[in-house]
Design a protein around this ligand. Structure first.
Ligand SMILES: CC(=O)SCCNC(=O)CCNC(=O)[C@H](O)C(C)(C)COP(=O)(O)OP(=O)(O)OC[C@H]1O[C@@H](n2cnc3c(N)ncnc32)[C@H](O)[C@@H]1OP(=O)(O)O
Ligand SMILES: CC(C)C(=O)C(=O)O
Length: 504
């Protein structure tokens, strides 16, 4: 039997501090959850507000497929409100709850265990007057006395509860203990076979998914979860993590969910956009890095055989493909592959030269995009035999006066020159370079443009130098515009030197 996915994004998920969804937004998410084919949508807590009531009502009216649930405390008013909101649902469920742990009963509810037990039974019986599908949750079940918990579950099942839910409300459990509790309930609630065992875990210790999986291993048949793991405090069990754990490790769990996994990525994006809760990049399954590889050894492995470093296929959750991200940790295999995708066929020597440029750039820039690569390649292609190479650039500049010191190398000989200019730092650099090369050339044109976007964008400088009545074009790129300017000037000078000999 499949594990039922009870989605509480619209109820517990919306309890995340700072999140408040409009009726329209809730409906949009609910429709997407239906496409994802969750078994149950907990659409809200109808007594909480007029907006919550309307949200549940609208979803009950318009969303077909999943069971639509509404939450209610163990009181008649709450249950009436939930019953009313769910009136038009094809498959309505009332989810009623009351806390069973000593601390909740004593301080919050101010009720004895006997009173709690009676309230639970009454609530279930009353909910049954609205629908046959009634879920009962023993809030803070994990911190409850086990035998009292079993007594309550036995009583509510006898009263008609069709699902009994075991919440770890404060995220206190560890997997072995939580799995053990589920087994204990199975072994000690005589009528347990008349109800589905459900779990609802919170992530305060980062164990919500692990605890839910342990519960599945011990007989839980429904998992309550939220998209992207959102929810009260540290959130709920992440829906996508449960679904992909079951799918990927079917060999171990031998159980699946009914979800249409291809809708996972889209659902995650929608929930993130509408709730305003960003997804951390390294979040399992739906984080932007979950299917991305930046390091050379991993990229090489994945290019040769995807499963060397991927246990899941990005397409399973509806992404187009995995991502090879070029950065400072990347190697030649990935670099070559990206260049080939862009249409560049390179010899090993050309690859090595471009790779050196790429690594230098990657030291300065976080991610290298296709545009960066194109810029590097165009720059490589426009390189000429370098008579002079730039070793060092130093510039000081104040309004009205700039000084540049340049070191260039020719045939392993290093030559230093400094120059001052009132025309700014680039002018001073060009003057120093003129002195080193001895070329008498004039800057006829200078253009600067940004090739890529962002703070660490590549700047491209194109210069035109006039020398003996001829124009020579030079091009330079760098994240530093001073360096790009010097590279462009040197490129043009080397072109001149490849054509004529020095003017000295
Ligand atoms: C673990 C969970 O996630 S449970 C769901 C939590 N979600 C929410 O609370 C969101 C929506 N909540 C709300 O909008 C409001 O809290 C309301 C409308 C439900 C109630 O508001 P108020 O009537 O002002 O009460 P308030 O929230 O301050 O206190 C809760 C009351 O409910 C009681 N209560 C709490 N849980 C239950 C329960 N399961 N069954 C019966 N009574 C309960 C408390 O003991 C307290 O009663 P008291 O007023 O007699 O002391
Ligand atoms: C209402 C219940 C299921 C709950 O949200 C919790 O205990 O965390």
């Amino acid at each position: 039997m499949a594990i039922k996915i009870f989605d509480t994004t619209l109820r517990d998920g919306e309890q995340s501090p700072g999140v408040s969804l409009s009726v329209k937004e809730k409906l949009e998410i609910a429709k997407q959850l239906a496409k994802l084919e969750v078994d149950v949508i907990e659409a809200g807590f109808p007594i909480a507000s007029e907006g919550d009531f309307k949200g549940v009502q609208k979803i009950a009216q318009e969303v077909k497929g999943p069971v639509i649930a509404g939450l209610a405390r163990a009181t008649k008013q709450d249950i009436d409100r939930a019953g009313e909101a769910l009136k038009d649902a094809k498959k309505p469920r009332i989810h009623t709850f009351i806390a069973t742990s000593p601390v909740h009963m004593k301080y919050k509810l101010k009720k004895s265990p006997q009173e709690v037990l009676e309230s639970a039974v009454e609530a279930v019986k009353y909910a049954k007057t609205y629908t046959n599908d009634v879920e009962f949750s023993a809030e803070d079940a994990f911190r409850s006395d086990k035998d009292f918990l079993c007594e309550v579950f036995e009583a509510v099942i006898a009263a008609g509860a069709t699902t009994i839910n075991v919440p770890d409300t404060v995220g206190y459990a560890t997997p072995l203990e939580f799995g053990g509790l589920i087994k204990y309930i199975k072994d000690n609630v005589p009528n347990i076979n008349q109800a589905v065992i459900s779990v609802h875990c919170h992530n305060d210790l980062g164990l919500a998914v692990a605890n839910s999986l342990a519960a599945i291993e011990n007989g839980a048949k429904q998992v309550e979860c939220a998209v992207n793991g959102i929810g009260e405090r540290a959130g709920n069990t992440a829906l996508e993590e449960i679904a992909l754990a079951l799918n990927t490790r079917y060999d171990y769990f031998a159980k699946q969910s009914n979800l249409n996994l291809k809708e996972i990525a889209r659902t995650s994006r929608l929930v993130s956009h509408l709730t305003g809760m960003e997804i951390q990049p390294n979040k399992a399954i739906v984080g932007k890095n979950a299917f991305a590889h930046e390091s050379g050894i991993h990229q090489d492995g994945v290019i040769k055989e995807r499963t060397t470093y991927e246990i899941m296929d990005a397409t399973t959750i509806g992404l187009e493909e995995n991502k090879i991200v070029l950065g400072k940790h990347s190697g030649r295999h990935a670099f070559r592959q990206k260049l080939e995708e862009l249409g560049y066929e390179l010899s090993q020597e050309e690859l090595n030269s471009a790779f050196k440029r790429f690594k230098n750039l990657a030291d300065k820039k976080k991610e290298i995009t296709g545009f960066d690569l194109e810029a590097i390649m165009e720059d490589e292609i426009s390189q000429v035999d370098e008579v002079y190479q730039i070793n060092l650039l130093q510039v000081t500049s104040s309004p009205g006066l700039a000084t540049a010191t340049v070191q260039m190398e020719k045939d392993t000989k290093k030559i230093n020159e400094s120059a001052c200019s009132e025309g700014g730092p680039i002018d001073a650099i060009y003057e120093a370079m003129n002195r080193i090369t001895g070329l008498k050339c004039k800057l006829a044109d200078y253009q600067i443009d940004s090739v890529t976007s962002g703070k660490d964008a590549l700047g491209e400088v194109i210069v035109k130098l006039e020398h003996q009545d001829k124009i020579y074009v030079g091009r330079g790129i760098s994240t530093d515009i001073i360096e790009a300017s010097a590279r462009a000037y040197n490129n043009a000078m080397n072109r001149i030197l490849n054509t004529v000999t020095s003017d000295k």
